[in-house]
Ligand binder design. Structure first.
Ligand SMILES: [Zn+2]
Length: 639
Protein backbone atom coordinates (compact mmCIF):
# COMPACT_ATOMS: atom_id res chain seq x y z
CA UNK A 1 0.00 0.00 0.00
CA UNK A 2 2.84 2.35 0.74
CA UNK A 3 4.42 4.09 -2.10
CA UNK A 4 6.33 7.27 -2.42
CA UNK A 5 4.96 10.07 -4.45
CA UNK A 6 6.38 13.53 -4.62
CA UNK A 7 4.28 16.51 -5.30
CA UNK A 8 4.20 17.11 -8.98
CA UNK A 9 1.92 20.00 -9.45
CA UNK A 10 2.03 21.25 -12.90
CA UNK A 11 1.15 24.84 -13.15
CA UNK A 12 -0.06 25.80 -16.55
CA UNK A 13 2.89 26.55 -18.81
CA UNK A 14 1.71 30.05 -19.53
CA UNK A 15 1.59 30.73 -15.84
CA UNK A 16 5.03 29.41 -14.88
CA UNK A 17 6.57 32.10 -17.00
CA UNK A 18 4.79 34.77 -15.08
CA UNK A 19 5.02 33.57 -11.48
CA UNK A 20 6.55 36.42 -9.56
CA UNK A 21 4.74 39.12 -11.44
CA UNK A 22 1.78 40.74 -9.82
CA UNK A 23 -1.41 38.90 -10.60
CA UNK A 24 -2.52 41.94 -12.54
CA UNK A 25 0.74 41.64 -14.46
CA UNK A 26 0.07 37.96 -15.02
CA UNK A 27 -3.42 38.71 -16.19
CA UNK A 28 -2.20 41.23 -18.68
CA UNK A 29 0.34 38.75 -20.02
CA UNK A 30 -1.76 35.60 -20.32
CA UNK A 31 -1.40 33.81 -23.54
CA UNK A 32 -3.66 32.41 -24.60
CA UNK A 33 -6.22 34.47 -22.75
CA UNK A 34 -7.92 32.05 -20.31
CA UNK A 35 -11.22 33.75 -21.08
CA UNK A 36 -10.92 32.96 -24.80
CA UNK A 37 -12.75 29.70 -24.09
CA UNK A 38 -15.35 31.24 -21.77
CA UNK A 39 -18.73 29.61 -22.30
CA UNK A 40 -21.05 32.43 -23.34
CA UNK A 41 -24.28 33.00 -21.45
CA UNK A 42 -25.66 31.38 -18.32
CA UNK A 43 -25.73 28.98 -16.62
CA UNK A 44 -22.11 28.01 -17.05
CA UNK A 45 -21.06 27.18 -13.48
CA UNK A 46 -21.12 23.43 -12.77
CA UNK A 47 -23.98 22.85 -15.23
CA UNK A 48 -25.47 24.21 -18.42
CA UNK A 49 -29.15 24.72 -19.20
CA UNK A 50 -29.05 21.40 -21.05
CA UNK A 51 -27.54 19.64 -18.03
CA UNK A 52 -30.32 20.95 -15.80
CA UNK A 53 -32.98 20.06 -18.36
CA UNK A 54 -31.71 16.50 -18.67
CA UNK A 55 -31.92 15.77 -14.93
CA UNK A 56 -35.58 14.84 -14.74
CA UNK A 57 -35.27 12.46 -17.69
CA UNK A 58 -32.22 10.79 -16.17
CA UNK A 59 -34.10 10.41 -12.90
CA UNK A 60 -36.57 8.15 -14.73
CA UNK A 61 -33.77 5.63 -15.17
CA UNK A 62 -32.33 5.71 -11.67
CA UNK A 63 -34.52 5.67 -8.55
CA UNK A 64 -31.68 7.09 -6.46
CA UNK A 65 -31.42 10.15 -8.70
CA UNK A 66 -35.21 10.49 -8.53
CA UNK A 67 -35.04 10.36 -4.73
CA UNK A 68 -32.21 12.89 -4.73
CA UNK A 69 -34.19 15.39 -6.82
CA UNK A 70 -37.24 14.76 -4.68
CA UNK A 71 -35.18 15.50 -1.57
CA UNK A 72 -34.09 18.82 -3.11
CA UNK A 73 -37.71 19.76 -3.89
CA UNK A 74 -38.88 18.84 -0.38
CA UNK A 75 -36.08 20.86 1.16
CA UNK A 76 -36.92 23.84 -1.06
CA UNK A 77 -40.55 23.66 0.08
CA UNK A 78 -39.44 24.05 3.69
CA UNK A 79 -36.96 26.82 2.87
CA UNK A 80 -39.69 28.91 1.24
CA UNK A 81 -41.23 29.52 4.67
CA UNK A 82 -38.17 30.26 6.84
CA UNK A 83 -37.01 33.79 7.78
CA UNK A 84 -34.26 35.16 5.49
CA UNK A 85 -30.64 35.43 6.59
CA UNK A 86 -29.67 38.35 8.79
CA UNK A 87 -26.45 40.15 9.61
CA UNK A 88 -25.71 38.38 12.89
CA UNK A 89 -22.25 37.47 14.10
CA UNK A 90 -21.56 34.49 16.35
CA UNK A 91 -18.22 35.21 17.98
CA UNK A 92 -16.16 36.73 15.16
CA UNK A 93 -18.10 34.86 12.47
CA UNK A 94 -20.96 35.51 10.05
CA UNK A 95 -20.36 32.00 8.76
CA UNK A 96 -23.67 30.48 9.91
CA UNK A 97 -25.52 33.05 7.81
CA UNK A 98 -23.28 32.54 4.78
CA UNK A 99 -23.84 28.81 4.97
CA UNK A 100 -27.60 29.16 5.42
CA UNK A 101 -27.71 31.43 2.36
CA UNK A 102 -25.67 28.95 0.33
CA UNK A 103 -27.93 26.06 1.32
CA UNK A 104 -31.15 27.93 0.52
CA UNK A 105 -29.95 29.49 -2.73
CA UNK A 106 -28.49 26.27 -4.16
CA UNK A 107 -31.51 24.23 -3.10
CA UNK A 108 -34.16 26.69 -4.27
CA UNK A 109 -32.38 27.58 -7.52
CA UNK A 110 -32.08 23.90 -8.43
CA UNK A 111 -35.68 23.24 -7.39
CA UNK A 112 -36.78 26.11 -9.64
CA UNK A 113 -34.82 24.72 -12.58
CA UNK A 114 -36.40 21.31 -12.01
CA UNK A 115 -39.98 22.48 -11.53
CA UNK A 116 -40.36 26.01 -12.90
CA UNK A 117 -42.21 26.82 -9.65
CA UNK A 118 -41.79 30.60 -9.18
CA UNK A 119 -41.94 30.31 -5.37
CA UNK A 120 -38.52 28.67 -5.45
CA UNK A 121 -37.05 31.34 -7.70
CA UNK A 122 -38.53 34.08 -5.54
CA UNK A 123 -37.13 32.55 -2.39
CA UNK A 124 -33.58 32.22 -3.82
CA UNK A 125 -33.75 35.81 -5.06
CA UNK A 126 -35.00 37.12 -1.72
CA UNK A 127 -32.07 35.43 0.00
CA UNK A 128 -29.62 36.89 -2.53
CA UNK A 129 -30.99 40.42 -2.30
CA UNK A 130 -30.96 40.31 1.50
CA UNK A 131 -27.33 39.22 1.61
CA UNK A 132 -26.48 41.73 -1.13
CA UNK A 133 -27.81 44.50 1.11
CA UNK A 134 -25.60 43.51 4.08
CA UNK A 135 -23.01 46.19 4.85
CA UNK A 136 -20.30 43.59 4.16
CA UNK A 137 -19.82 39.82 4.30
CA UNK A 138 -17.49 40.05 7.28
CA UNK A 139 -14.09 40.16 5.57
CA UNK A 140 -12.27 40.01 8.92
CA UNK A 141 -13.18 36.30 8.83
CA UNK A 142 -12.82 35.74 5.11
CA UNK A 143 -14.40 32.28 5.00
CA UNK A 144 -17.70 34.12 5.55
CA UNK A 145 -17.09 36.18 2.41
CA UNK A 146 -16.08 33.11 0.42
CA UNK A 147 -19.18 31.07 1.25
CA UNK A 148 -21.51 34.02 0.65
CA UNK A 149 -19.74 34.75 -2.63
CA UNK A 150 -20.24 31.13 -3.70
CA UNK A 151 -23.93 31.36 -2.78
CA UNK A 152 -24.63 34.53 -4.76
CA UNK A 153 -22.40 33.62 -7.70
CA UNK A 154 -24.13 30.27 -8.24
CA UNK A 155 -27.56 31.81 -7.69
CA UNK A 156 -26.79 34.59 -10.20
CA UNK A 157 -25.53 32.12 -12.77
CA UNK A 158 -28.20 29.44 -12.40
CA UNK A 159 -31.11 31.91 -12.32
CA UNK A 160 -29.71 34.58 -14.66
CA UNK A 161 -32.41 34.22 -17.34
CA UNK A 162 -35.13 34.60 -14.71
CA UNK A 163 -33.74 37.63 -12.87
CA UNK A 164 -34.88 41.17 -13.61
CA UNK A 165 -32.27 43.74 -14.63
CA UNK A 166 -32.56 45.27 -11.17
CA UNK A 167 -31.99 41.94 -9.42
CA UNK A 168 -28.98 41.16 -11.60
CA UNK A 169 -27.53 44.57 -10.92
CA UNK A 170 -27.89 44.26 -7.14
CA UNK A 171 -26.33 40.79 -6.98
CA UNK A 172 -23.53 41.71 -9.36
CA UNK A 173 -22.68 44.86 -7.41
CA UNK A 174 -22.59 42.92 -4.14
CA UNK A 175 -20.26 40.30 -5.61
CA UNK A 176 -17.98 43.08 -6.82
CA UNK A 177 -18.02 45.21 -3.68
CA UNK A 178 -18.10 42.53 -0.99
CA UNK A 179 -15.97 39.77 -2.56
CA UNK A 180 -14.09 40.50 -5.78
CA UNK A 181 -12.82 43.89 -4.60
CA UNK A 182 -10.44 41.91 -2.37
CA UNK A 183 -8.94 39.92 -5.24
CA UNK A 184 -6.11 42.29 -6.27
CA UNK A 185 -4.86 42.44 -2.66
CA UNK A 186 -5.26 38.69 -2.13
CA UNK A 187 -3.27 37.76 -5.22
CA UNK A 188 -0.66 40.52 -5.07
CA UNK A 189 2.97 39.88 -5.85
CA UNK A 190 4.85 38.65 -2.79
CA UNK A 191 1.68 37.62 -1.00
CA UNK A 192 -1.49 39.26 0.23
CA UNK A 193 -1.24 42.97 1.05
CA UNK A 194 -4.14 42.73 3.51
CA UNK A 195 -3.75 40.47 6.51
CA UNK A 196 -7.36 39.34 6.29
CA UNK A 197 -6.40 37.63 3.04
CA UNK A 198 -3.64 35.41 4.37
CA UNK A 199 -5.45 32.37 2.97
CA UNK A 200 -3.78 32.90 -0.40
CA UNK A 201 -0.39 31.66 0.79
CA UNK A 202 -1.51 29.07 3.37
CA UNK A 203 -1.74 25.30 3.17
CA UNK A 204 -5.11 24.59 4.76
CA UNK A 205 -8.85 24.58 4.20
CA UNK A 206 -9.05 28.40 4.17
CA UNK A 207 -7.01 28.51 0.98
CA UNK A 208 -9.40 26.12 -0.78
CA UNK A 209 -12.59 27.74 0.48
CA UNK A 210 -11.53 31.34 -0.18
CA UNK A 211 -10.06 30.62 -3.61
CA UNK A 212 -13.22 28.69 -4.48
CA UNK A 213 -15.48 31.52 -3.35
CA UNK A 214 -13.62 34.23 -5.27
CA UNK A 215 -13.39 32.03 -8.34
CA UNK A 216 -17.16 31.45 -8.31
CA UNK A 217 -17.77 35.19 -8.41
CA UNK A 218 -15.08 35.75 -11.04
CA UNK A 219 -16.46 33.11 -13.40
CA UNK A 220 -20.08 34.17 -12.89
CA UNK A 221 -19.12 37.72 -13.96
CA UNK A 222 -16.26 36.85 -16.34
CA UNK A 223 -17.94 38.31 -19.44
CA UNK A 224 -18.93 41.51 -17.61
CA UNK A 225 -15.73 41.99 -15.59
CA UNK A 226 -13.01 40.26 -17.63
CA UNK A 227 -10.00 42.02 -16.10
CA UNK A 228 -10.99 41.06 -12.59
CA UNK A 229 -11.78 37.52 -13.73
CA UNK A 230 -8.29 37.17 -15.25
CA UNK A 231 -6.74 38.37 -11.98
CA UNK A 232 -8.65 35.80 -9.98
CA UNK A 233 -8.02 32.91 -12.38
CA UNK A 234 -4.29 33.65 -12.45
CA UNK A 235 -4.24 34.08 -8.68
CA UNK A 236 -6.08 30.82 -8.06
CA UNK A 237 -3.67 29.00 -10.37
CA UNK A 238 -0.77 30.13 -8.16
CA UNK A 239 -2.48 29.92 -4.77
CA UNK A 240 -4.59 26.75 -4.89
CA UNK A 241 -1.68 24.36 -5.63
CA UNK A 242 -0.22 25.34 -2.26
CA UNK A 243 -3.30 23.94 -0.51
CA UNK A 244 -3.15 20.81 -2.59
CA UNK A 245 0.26 19.99 -1.08
CA UNK A 246 -1.71 19.26 2.14
CA UNK A 247 -2.68 15.89 0.63
CA UNK A 248 0.96 14.84 0.15
CA UNK A 249 2.23 12.25 -0.12
CA UNK A 250 -0.61 9.71 -0.01
CA UNK A 251 -3.90 11.63 -0.09
CA UNK A 252 -4.62 12.03 3.66
CA UNK A 253 -5.81 15.37 5.00
CA UNK A 254 -3.89 16.91 7.95
CA UNK A 255 -7.00 18.55 9.41
CA UNK A 256 -9.03 15.35 9.70
CA UNK A 257 -11.98 13.98 7.73
CA UNK A 258 -14.33 16.80 8.79
CA UNK A 259 -12.12 19.47 7.31
CA UNK A 260 -11.29 17.18 4.38
CA UNK A 261 -14.91 17.56 3.43
CA UNK A 262 -14.84 21.35 3.75
CA UNK A 263 -11.55 22.04 2.00
CA UNK A 264 -11.95 19.34 -0.63
CA UNK A 265 -15.49 20.40 -1.52
CA UNK A 266 -14.31 23.93 -2.34
CA UNK A 267 -11.25 22.59 -4.14
CA UNK A 268 -13.46 20.39 -6.29
CA UNK A 269 -15.93 23.24 -6.80
CA UNK A 270 -13.06 25.35 -8.16
CA UNK A 271 -12.00 22.59 -10.55
CA UNK A 272 -15.54 21.86 -11.68
CA UNK A 273 -16.36 25.54 -12.24
CA UNK A 274 -13.21 26.01 -14.34
CA UNK A 275 -14.18 22.93 -16.30
CA UNK A 276 -17.71 24.02 -17.01
CA UNK A 277 -17.00 27.71 -17.62
CA UNK A 278 -13.64 27.52 -19.43
CA UNK A 279 -13.35 23.90 -20.53
CA UNK A 280 -10.06 23.42 -18.66
CA UNK A 281 -8.85 22.69 -15.14
CA UNK A 282 -5.41 24.17 -15.85
CA UNK A 283 -3.86 20.90 -14.59
CA UNK A 284 -4.76 21.93 -11.04
CA UNK A 285 -5.85 18.33 -10.39
CA UNK A 286 -2.56 16.72 -11.43
CA UNK A 287 -1.24 16.01 -7.92
CA UNK A 288 -1.11 12.21 -7.46
CA UNK A 289 -1.89 12.69 -3.77
CA UNK A 290 -5.02 14.70 -4.61
CA UNK A 291 -6.00 11.99 -7.07
CA UNK A 292 -5.73 9.42 -4.25
CA UNK A 293 -7.76 11.36 -1.74
CA UNK A 294 -11.07 9.63 -2.50
CA UNK A 295 -9.33 6.46 -1.29
CA UNK A 296 -8.43 8.24 1.94
CA UNK A 297 -12.04 9.38 2.36
CA UNK A 298 -13.18 5.78 1.83
CA UNK A 299 -10.64 4.31 4.24
CA UNK A 300 -11.07 6.84 7.06
CA UNK A 301 -14.74 5.92 7.59
CA UNK A 302 -15.32 2.99 9.93
CA UNK A 303 -17.88 0.20 9.43
CA UNK A 304 -20.16 1.90 11.99
CA UNK A 305 -20.39 4.78 9.52
CA UNK A 306 -18.42 7.00 11.89
CA UNK A 307 -15.21 8.57 10.71
CA UNK A 308 -11.82 8.38 12.38
CA UNK A 309 -12.29 11.96 13.55
CA UNK A 310 -8.81 13.02 14.53
CA UNK A 311 -8.32 16.83 14.78
CA UNK A 312 -11.26 19.24 15.08
CA UNK A 313 -14.14 17.33 13.58
CA UNK A 314 -17.16 15.28 14.54
CA UNK A 315 -17.36 11.59 13.75
CA UNK A 316 -20.44 11.83 11.53
CA UNK A 317 -19.80 11.32 7.82
CA UNK A 318 -22.59 11.64 5.30
CA UNK A 319 -22.64 11.66 1.55
CA UNK A 320 -20.26 14.11 -0.08
CA UNK A 321 -20.69 15.35 -3.65
CA UNK A 322 -16.97 16.15 -3.84
CA UNK A 323 -16.20 12.53 -2.91
CA UNK A 324 -18.34 11.43 -5.85
CA UNK A 325 -16.66 13.90 -8.22
CA UNK A 326 -13.21 12.63 -7.24
CA UNK A 327 -14.19 8.97 -7.34
CA UNK A 328 -15.65 9.38 -10.83
CA UNK A 329 -12.44 10.86 -12.15
CA UNK A 330 -9.72 9.10 -10.20
CA UNK A 331 -11.34 6.07 -8.57
CA UNK A 332 -11.26 3.69 -6.92
CA UNK A 333 -14.56 2.08 -8.03
CA UNK A 334 -15.28 1.13 -4.40
CA UNK A 335 -15.31 4.82 -3.50
CA UNK A 336 -18.01 5.50 -6.06
CA UNK A 337 -20.09 2.59 -4.79
CA UNK A 338 -19.58 3.82 -1.24
CA UNK A 339 -20.61 7.35 -2.18
CA UNK A 340 -23.78 5.95 -3.69
CA UNK A 341 -24.54 4.00 -0.51
CA UNK A 342 -24.02 7.14 1.58
CA UNK A 343 -26.36 9.12 -0.66
CA UNK A 344 -28.99 6.35 -0.46
CA UNK A 345 -28.87 6.77 3.34
CA UNK A 346 -29.03 10.57 3.18
CA UNK A 347 -32.07 10.77 0.90
CA UNK A 348 -33.99 8.70 3.45
CA UNK A 349 -33.47 11.37 6.11
CA UNK A 350 -36.40 13.64 6.74
CA UNK A 351 -35.85 17.22 5.64
CA UNK A 352 -36.17 20.00 8.21
CA UNK A 353 -36.43 23.77 7.97
CA UNK A 354 -32.85 24.29 9.10
CA UNK A 355 -31.60 22.22 6.17
CA UNK A 356 -29.00 19.48 6.01
CA UNK A 357 -25.73 19.51 4.08
CA UNK A 358 -25.60 22.84 2.26
CA UNK A 359 -24.01 21.18 -0.77
CA UNK A 360 -26.72 18.52 -1.07
CA UNK A 361 -28.03 19.97 -4.34
CA UNK A 362 -24.67 19.18 -5.94
CA UNK A 363 -25.47 15.46 -5.66
CA UNK A 364 -27.86 16.01 -8.54
CA UNK A 365 -25.06 17.42 -10.71
CA UNK A 366 -22.30 15.07 -9.53
CA UNK A 367 -24.45 12.02 -9.21
CA UNK A 368 -22.81 8.69 -8.29
CA UNK A 369 -24.16 6.57 -11.11
CA UNK A 370 -22.45 3.22 -10.71
CA UNK A 371 -22.11 0.73 -13.50
CA UNK A 372 -20.03 -1.77 -11.60
CA UNK A 373 -21.15 -4.28 -8.99
CA UNK A 374 -20.21 -2.64 -5.67
CA UNK A 375 -19.27 -6.01 -4.13
CA UNK A 376 -16.75 -6.64 -6.85
CA UNK A 377 -15.34 -3.19 -6.33
CA UNK A 378 -15.06 -3.69 -2.57
CA UNK A 379 -13.08 -6.87 -2.95
CA UNK A 380 -10.39 -4.97 -4.85
CA UNK A 381 -9.79 -2.56 -2.00
CA UNK A 382 -7.04 -3.39 0.52
CA UNK A 383 -8.10 -3.92 4.14
CA UNK A 384 -5.20 -1.97 5.62
CA UNK A 385 -3.81 1.45 4.85
CA UNK A 386 -0.99 3.66 5.94
CA UNK A 387 -1.34 7.27 4.81
CA UNK A 388 1.72 9.35 5.54
CA UNK A 389 1.99 13.11 6.00
CA UNK A 390 1.31 15.59 8.82
CA UNK A 391 -1.49 13.23 9.82
CA UNK A 392 0.42 9.94 9.75
CA UNK A 393 -2.45 7.50 10.08
CA UNK A 394 -3.11 3.80 9.83
CA UNK A 395 -6.48 2.19 9.20
CA UNK A 396 -6.95 -1.56 9.70
CA UNK A 397 -10.17 -3.54 9.25
CA UNK A 398 -11.46 -7.09 9.19
CA UNK A 399 -13.67 -6.69 6.12
CA UNK A 400 -15.31 -4.29 3.69
CA UNK A 401 -19.05 -4.11 3.26
CA UNK A 402 -19.81 -5.45 6.76
CA UNK A 403 -21.26 -2.98 9.28
CA UNK A 404 -20.16 -5.29 12.13
CA UNK A 405 -16.54 -5.47 10.96
CA UNK A 406 -13.64 -4.70 13.28
CA UNK A 407 -11.86 -1.43 12.48
CA UNK A 408 -9.10 0.62 14.05
CA UNK A 409 -7.81 4.04 13.14
CA UNK A 410 -4.43 4.92 14.64
CA UNK A 411 -3.03 8.46 14.78
CA UNK A 412 0.57 9.59 14.61
CA UNK A 413 2.20 12.52 12.84
CA UNK A 414 2.54 16.20 13.58
CA UNK A 415 0.80 17.86 16.53
CA UNK A 416 1.27 21.27 14.90
CA UNK A 417 -0.93 20.45 11.89
CA UNK A 418 -3.83 22.87 11.45
CA UNK A 419 -6.77 21.98 13.74
CA UNK A 420 -4.70 19.20 15.32
CA UNK A 421 -5.37 17.84 18.79
CA UNK A 422 -2.65 16.47 21.07
CA UNK A 423 -3.67 13.03 19.90
CA UNK A 424 -0.44 11.25 19.01
CA UNK A 425 -0.83 7.53 19.68
CA UNK A 426 -4.62 7.75 19.90
CA UNK A 427 -6.95 5.29 18.21
CA UNK A 428 -10.60 4.63 17.53
CA UNK A 429 -12.10 1.14 17.42
CA UNK A 430 -15.32 -0.13 15.85
CA UNK A 431 -16.67 -3.68 16.10
CA UNK A 432 -20.13 -5.22 15.93
CA UNK A 433 -21.59 -1.91 14.79
CA UNK A 434 -20.41 -0.11 17.95
CA UNK A 435 -17.73 2.54 18.27
CA UNK A 436 -16.00 1.22 21.41
CA UNK A 437 -13.06 3.61 21.51
CA UNK A 438 -14.05 7.15 20.54
CA UNK A 439 -12.50 10.53 19.93
CA UNK A 440 -14.64 13.20 21.60
CA UNK A 441 -14.02 15.61 18.73
CA UNK A 442 -13.77 19.41 18.88
CA UNK A 443 -15.15 21.72 21.54
CA UNK A 444 -16.85 25.11 21.04
CA UNK A 445 -14.70 27.37 18.82
CA UNK A 446 -15.89 30.35 20.86
CA UNK A 447 -14.19 29.14 24.06
CA UNK A 448 -11.54 31.70 25.06
CA UNK A 449 -8.35 31.37 22.96
CA UNK A 450 -9.56 28.08 21.47
CA UNK A 451 -7.12 28.67 18.62
CA UNK A 452 -4.61 30.45 20.87
CA UNK A 453 -2.89 30.26 24.20
CA UNK A 454 -5.59 28.23 25.96
CA UNK A 455 -6.03 25.57 23.29
CA UNK A 456 -4.17 22.80 25.13
CA UNK A 457 -5.92 23.45 28.44
CA UNK A 458 -9.15 22.16 26.92
CA UNK A 459 -9.82 18.55 27.76
CA UNK A 460 -11.15 17.55 24.35
CA UNK A 461 -8.09 18.93 22.64
CA UNK A 462 -5.30 17.44 24.75
CA UNK A 463 -4.00 13.92 25.26
CA UNK A 464 -5.86 13.43 28.55
CA UNK A 465 -9.07 12.78 26.62
CA UNK A 466 -7.46 10.73 23.88
CA UNK A 467 -6.92 7.00 23.66
CA UNK A 468 -3.20 7.11 24.19
CA UNK A 469 -0.49 6.72 26.83
CA UNK A 470 0.57 9.65 29.01
CA UNK A 471 3.69 9.64 31.20
CA UNK A 472 3.77 11.83 34.30
CA UNK A 473 0.38 13.43 33.52
CA UNK A 474 2.21 15.59 30.95
CA UNK A 475 0.64 17.31 28.00
CA UNK A 476 2.09 16.24 24.70
CA UNK A 477 4.54 18.60 23.09
CA UNK A 478 2.39 20.71 20.78
CA UNK A 479 5.14 20.75 18.16
CA UNK A 480 6.00 17.05 18.37
CA UNK A 481 6.27 14.94 15.25
CA UNK A 482 5.80 11.27 16.10
CA UNK A 483 5.95 9.08 13.02
CA UNK A 484 4.60 5.64 12.20
CA UNK A 485 7.87 3.70 12.13
CA UNK A 486 6.59 0.40 10.85
CA UNK A 487 3.51 -0.94 9.16
CA UNK A 488 2.63 -4.37 7.92
CA UNK A 489 -0.39 -6.06 6.41
CA UNK A 490 -0.90 -9.81 6.05
CA UNK A 491 -4.19 -11.74 6.16
CA UNK A 492 -3.79 -12.78 9.82
CA UNK A 493 -1.82 -9.88 11.20
CA UNK A 494 -1.84 -6.19 10.40
CA UNK A 495 0.07 -3.75 12.53
CA UNK A 496 1.58 -0.32 12.88
CA UNK A 497 4.07 1.09 15.37
CA UNK A 498 4.31 4.77 16.29
CA UNK A 499 7.35 6.27 17.96
CA UNK A 500 5.81 8.49 20.63
CA UNK A 501 9.15 9.51 22.18
CA UNK A 502 9.04 13.07 20.75
CA UNK A 503 5.53 13.60 22.14
CA UNK A 504 6.85 13.64 25.73
CA UNK A 505 10.33 15.17 25.70
CA UNK A 506 12.51 13.95 28.56
CA UNK A 507 10.03 11.37 29.86
CA UNK A 508 11.72 8.29 28.48
CA UNK A 509 14.48 7.20 26.17
CA UNK A 510 11.99 5.49 23.91
CA UNK A 511 8.22 5.10 23.87
CA UNK A 512 6.83 2.88 21.15
CA UNK A 513 3.14 2.14 20.74
CA UNK A 514 1.96 -0.63 18.46
CA UNK A 515 -1.56 -1.50 17.34
CA UNK A 516 -1.95 -4.98 15.93
CA UNK A 517 -5.07 -6.44 14.37
CA UNK A 518 -4.76 -10.17 15.11
CA UNK A 519 -6.70 -12.83 13.21
CA UNK A 520 -8.90 -9.96 11.90
CA UNK A 521 -10.72 -10.50 15.22
CA UNK A 522 -8.98 -8.62 18.04
CA UNK A 523 -6.67 -5.69 18.64
CA UNK A 524 -3.52 -5.65 20.72
CA UNK A 525 -2.47 -2.25 22.05
CA UNK A 526 1.13 -2.57 23.17
CA UNK A 527 3.30 0.15 24.69
CA UNK A 528 7.02 -0.59 25.04
CA UNK A 529 8.86 1.97 27.13
CA UNK A 530 12.62 2.13 27.53
CA UNK A 531 14.51 4.37 29.92
CA UNK A 532 11.47 5.83 31.69
CA UNK A 533 12.53 8.49 34.17
CA UNK A 534 12.48 6.97 37.65
CA UNK A 535 9.19 7.35 39.49
CA UNK A 536 7.24 8.51 36.42
CA UNK A 537 3.65 7.37 36.26
CA UNK A 538 1.98 6.05 33.15
CA UNK A 539 -1.69 6.61 32.34
CA UNK A 540 -3.43 4.56 29.66
CA UNK A 541 -6.79 5.93 28.57
CA UNK A 542 -9.67 4.99 26.31
CA UNK A 543 -12.88 7.02 25.91
CA UNK A 544 -16.04 5.02 25.46
CA UNK A 545 -19.81 5.42 25.39
CA UNK A 546 -20.19 1.80 26.54
CA UNK A 547 -21.09 0.58 30.03
CA UNK A 548 -18.01 -0.80 31.78
CA UNK A 549 -17.90 -3.67 34.27
CA UNK A 550 -14.58 -4.54 35.89
CA UNK A 551 -13.56 -8.03 37.03
CA UNK A 552 -12.81 -8.56 40.72
CA UNK A 553 -9.08 -8.39 40.09
CA UNK A 554 -9.47 -5.33 37.88
CA UNK A 555 -7.50 -6.98 35.08
CA UNK A 556 -10.46 -7.37 32.73
CA UNK A 557 -13.04 -4.82 31.69
CA UNK A 558 -16.24 -5.86 29.97
CA UNK A 559 -17.77 -3.14 27.82
CA UNK A 560 -21.36 -3.44 26.66
CA UNK A 561 -23.47 -1.35 24.30
CA UNK A 562 -26.48 -2.09 22.08
CA UNK A 563 -26.41 -5.71 23.28
CA UNK A 564 -22.82 -6.16 22.07
CA UNK A 565 -19.72 -6.86 24.12
CA UNK A 566 -16.04 -5.95 23.96
CA UNK A 567 -13.53 -7.41 26.41
CA UNK A 568 -10.43 -5.51 27.45
CA UNK A 569 -7.67 -7.46 29.20
CA UNK A 570 -4.36 -6.35 30.61
CA UNK A 571 -1.83 -8.86 29.29
CA UNK A 572 1.33 -7.10 30.46
CA UNK A 573 2.69 -6.59 32.98
CA UNK A 574 1.49 -9.95 34.29
CA UNK A 575 0.76 -8.55 37.75
CA UNK A 576 0.02 -5.15 39.13
CA UNK A 577 -1.83 -2.59 37.05
CA UNK A 578 -5.61 -2.62 37.08
CA UNK A 579 -8.32 -0.94 35.10
CA UNK A 580 -10.32 1.87 36.59
CA UNK A 581 -13.31 3.81 35.33
CA UNK A 582 -12.84 7.55 35.34
CA UNK A 583 -14.91 10.57 34.42
CA UNK A 584 -14.60 12.52 31.17
CA UNK A 585 -15.72 15.68 32.94
CA UNK A 586 -13.56 18.58 31.75
CA UNK A 587 -11.79 20.95 34.18
CA UNK A 588 -14.08 23.92 33.42
CA UNK A 589 -17.84 24.23 33.13
CA UNK A 590 -17.54 26.20 29.89
CA UNK A 591 -16.28 23.09 28.13
CA UNK A 592 -18.46 20.34 26.70
CA UNK A 593 -19.43 18.06 29.63
CA UNK A 594 -18.94 14.92 27.50
CA UNK A 595 -22.21 13.47 28.71
CA UNK A 596 -22.62 9.77 28.10
CA UNK A 597 -18.93 8.95 27.95
CA UNK A 598 -16.43 7.51 30.41
CA UNK A 599 -12.73 6.83 30.48
CA UNK A 600 -11.37 3.34 30.83
CA UNK A 601 -7.98 3.93 32.43
CA UNK A 602 -4.89 2.19 33.76
CA UNK A 603 -2.63 4.06 36.17
CA UNK A 604 0.71 2.56 37.04
CA UNK A 605 4.20 3.49 38.17
CA UNK A 606 6.52 0.93 36.63
CA UNK A 607 9.17 -0.44 38.98
CA UNK A 608 11.76 -0.58 36.23
CA UNK A 609 12.89 1.88 33.60
CA UNK A 610 12.03 -0.56 30.84
CA UNK A 611 8.47 -1.77 30.82
CA UNK A 612 5.62 -2.98 28.69
CA UNK A 613 1.91 -2.31 28.93
CA UNK A 614 -0.23 -4.53 26.73
CA UNK A 615 -4.01 -4.50 26.45
CA UNK A 616 -6.00 -6.88 24.30
CA UNK A 617 -9.37 -5.68 22.97
CA UNK A 618 -11.61 -8.52 21.81
CA UNK A 619 -15.17 -8.30 20.50
CA UNK A 620 -17.16 -11.14 22.05
CA UNK A 621 -20.16 -12.91 20.55
CA UNK A 622 -21.29 -15.65 18.22
CA UNK A 623 -19.89 -14.06 15.10
CA UNK A 624 -16.35 -13.87 16.52
CA UNK A 625 -13.96 -16.79 16.89
CA UNK A 626 -13.93 -18.11 20.48
CA UNK A 627 -11.00 -19.45 22.47
CA UNK A 628 -8.23 -17.89 20.44
CA UNK A 629 -4.95 -18.35 22.33
CA UNK A 630 -3.50 -15.25 24.01
CA UNK A 631 -1.14 -13.54 21.62
CA UNK A 632 2.58 -13.79 22.07
CA UNK A 633 4.02 -10.45 23.13
CA UNK A 634 7.20 -9.62 21.28
CA UNK A 635 9.36 -6.53 20.98
CA UNK A 636 8.61 -4.35 18.00
CA UNK A 637 10.85 -4.87 15.00
CA UNK A 638 13.87 -2.57 15.00
CA UNK A 639 13.53 0.45 12.75
ZN1 LIG B 1 -9.38 14.50 19.12
Amino acid sequence: MRHSVGIVHRLPGWLLVFVGLTSAGIAASLSPDPLSSLRPGHPRLLATAADFAALSGRAGQDPLLAATLDHVRQQAELFVAVPVVEYKLVGPRLLDQSRAALNRILTCALAFRLTGDARFRDRAVKEMLTAAAFRDWNPSHFLDVAEMSTALALGYDWLYADLTAGERGAVKQALLDKALSFAPAAYAKGGPTDKRLWFATRVNNWNQVCNGGLLAAALALADEEPALARTVIAGVCVSLPRAVTAYDPDGAYPEGPGYWDYGTTYNVLALAMLDSALGTRFDLDRSPAFQRTALYRLAVQGPTGLGFNYADGGAGMGASPAFTWLAQRFGPPAALAHSRALLADDVKKKVNARGGDRFFALHALWFPAVAKNPNDASSETPLDFHFRGPADIVLLRSAWGDPRALFVGFKAGDNSANHSHLDLGSFVLDADGVRWAADLGPDDYNLPAYFGAQRWTYFRLNNRSHNTLTPGHALQNAKAVAPIVSFGSTPNRAFAVADLTPAYPGAAKRMLRGLTLLDRARVLVQDDIAGLKSGTSLRWTMVTTAKIALSADGRTATLTEKGRTLRAEILAPANGPKFSVDSTRPPTSAENPNTGTTLLAIDTIPSSADSRLAVLLTPVGDRWPANLPPPELTPFPAR
